[in-house]
Design a protein. Structure first.
Length: 113
């Protein structure tokens, strides 16, 4: 497994989803991991990142609603998404932000109004 994102789905506005991304140890270990998203017709954007020590950063558009976390023992990074909005609709991907790997297929998140 290089990078395998899961947990997406269809949810109503205001709802929540939790995404998971399992990564190969060689990618995950010691790296800053990030969650990205790409909406139809738009560029891929970084929405959240987390260092191996647990320091986090968020895009302004998701600050206060999304929480990124990681389990270093499981080589997994998570994205808890609350208060979802229709504009959060996108395919979500994870990656090592300073050592980008092949993107994989991501996981679709669709938020209905």
């Amino acid at each position: 497994v290089q990078l395998q994102a899961s947990g997406g789905g269809l949810v109503q506005a205001g709802g929540s989803l939790r995404l998971s991304c399992a990564a190969s140890g060689s990618i995950f270990s010691g790296n800053v991991m990030g969650w990205y998203r790409q909406a139809a017709g738009r560029h891929r954007e970084l929405v959240a990142s987390i260092t191996s020590a647990g320091s986090t950063n968020y895009a302004d558009s998701v600050k206060g609603r999304f929480t990124i976390s990681r389990d270093n023992a499981k080589n997994t990074v998570y994205l808890q998404m609350n208060s979802l909005k229709p504009e959060d609709t996108a395919v979500y991907y994870c990656n090592a932000i300073y050592s980008l790997q092949s993107w994989g297929q991501g996981t679709q998140v669709t938020v209905s109004s």
